[in-house]
Design a protein around this ligand. Structure first.
Ligand code: SF4
Length: 164
């Protein structure tokens, strides 16, 4: 339905937004067609249940003091309802993050976002934990690229390093 987003998965996650405990929603209806998409269920626009402002408000009240961020995995293809959901999260003094497969999103979303992950899934280049990925995770308050925070620690002469 136009003007309303739906979601298939809701979960609390620790790794998708570095340093934050995020309530994450996988939004239905991604129009991109990345080869090897890990989330084919997310591409069906009628999958899942509606993500209304009332529902989000109730969840944010339940999670008060337990989460620091709300993460939307998709939804940018309907900027108006997403903007309202982001605004509600901000009104609860929470950070916000959007994972998009696009390189850019509607400008009206930007003031409501703390973090933005851009870029489609390209298997040969890998995700945010890959040094050669096409994807970028940006802290919009500083414009800093935080991809390095996703790189896995590796062992070198007995000392654990985080790859640059
Ligand atoms: S952006 Fe994500 S959900 Fe959409 S097609 Fe690409 S991998 Fe799948």
């Amino acid at each position: 339905m136009a003007g309303q987003l739906r979601f298939t998965v809701e979960q609390v996650v620790w790794q998708e937004v570095p340093g934050e405990v995020s309530l994450a929603f996988t939004i239905s209806g991604c129009p991109l067609r990345c080869k090897g998409c890990h989330s084919s269920a997310a591409r069906n626009p009628s999958a899942g249940v509606p993500l209304t402002l009332e529902y989000l408000e109730a969840r944010l009240n339940q999670y008060r003091g337990l989460i620091s961020c709300v993460l939307f995995l998709g939804g940018e293809w309907q900027p108006e309802p997403l903007k309202k959901l982001l605004s509600l999260a901000r009104a609860h003094n929470l950070k916000t993050c959007l994972y998009t497969g696009y390189e850019q999103v509607a400008p009206e979303l930007m003031p409501h976002l703390t973090f933005l992950k851009t870029g489609p899934w390209i298997a040969e280049l890998g995700g945010l934990d890959s040094a050669i990925t096409n994807q970028r995770f940006i802290d919009l308050s500083t414009q800093e690229n935080l991809n390095y925070k996703f790189h896995k620690p590796h062992r070198h002469q007995g000392v654990t390093h985080v790859a640059p």
